[in-house]
Design a protein. Structure first.
Length: 168
């Protein structure tokens, strides 16, 4: 006969209050959890005909002898080794490395750009020195000094050295 609680029928296995599982269901769950925990901890160890050692949760096939082994869970040697917030420090370090790498890449790009400009300037200087007939320098007093052939060759050598340095 169904239980009656304040004018409504309650099915067997439920409490009259209607809140939560009844005692039968709670007991069944307790038995199930305890059975599963014991079952999951049983392991078998055996050696096959080739001499290979096997570990399994199921007994070996056939009539082989197997030893029951209980796995032992050992805690970490240093309980402070696990830091649940350690990922924050690693994330910050990773971001810092990415920023530093970006700055280095930016500096390298600027350096390449400066070298390209210096290379073009050195090549232009070589072409100017080789293709112009008379080259002069303006002195601070306003007079001009013309370069001779030997001075011109020295300037060409300097320009070529600069081009070799900046144009690699």
């Amino acid at each position: 006969m169904p239980y009656v609680a304040i004018g409504r029928a309650v099915s067997p296995g439920r409490r009259a209050s209607g809140i939560g599982p009844g005692p039968k269901l709670g007991f069944a769950l307790l038995l199930l959890v305890s059975a599963l925990s014991g079952w999951a901890q049983t392991m078998y160890k055996w050696v096959d005909e080739k001499g290979v050692t096997h570990f399994s949760e199921t007994p070996p096939p056939g009539d082989r002898k197997a030893a029951k082994v209980t796995p032992k869970v050992t805690p970490a040697g240093n309980p402070s080794a696990y830091d649940p917030h350690g990922w924050k420090a690693r994330e910050a370090e990773s971001k810092k490395l990415r920023v530093d790498r970006g700055l280095q890449d930016q500096a390298a790009a600027q350096d390449r750009e400066k070298r390209a400009v210096a290379c073009e300037r050195a090549r232009s200087r070589i072409a100017f020195l080789q293709n112009t007939h008379r080259i002069h320098r303006d002195n601070p007093d306003g007079t001009r000094t013309y370069l001779g052939d030997a001075e011109r060759e020295v300037e060409v050598v300097r320009a070529r050295e600069a081009a070799a340095e900046y144009c690699r």
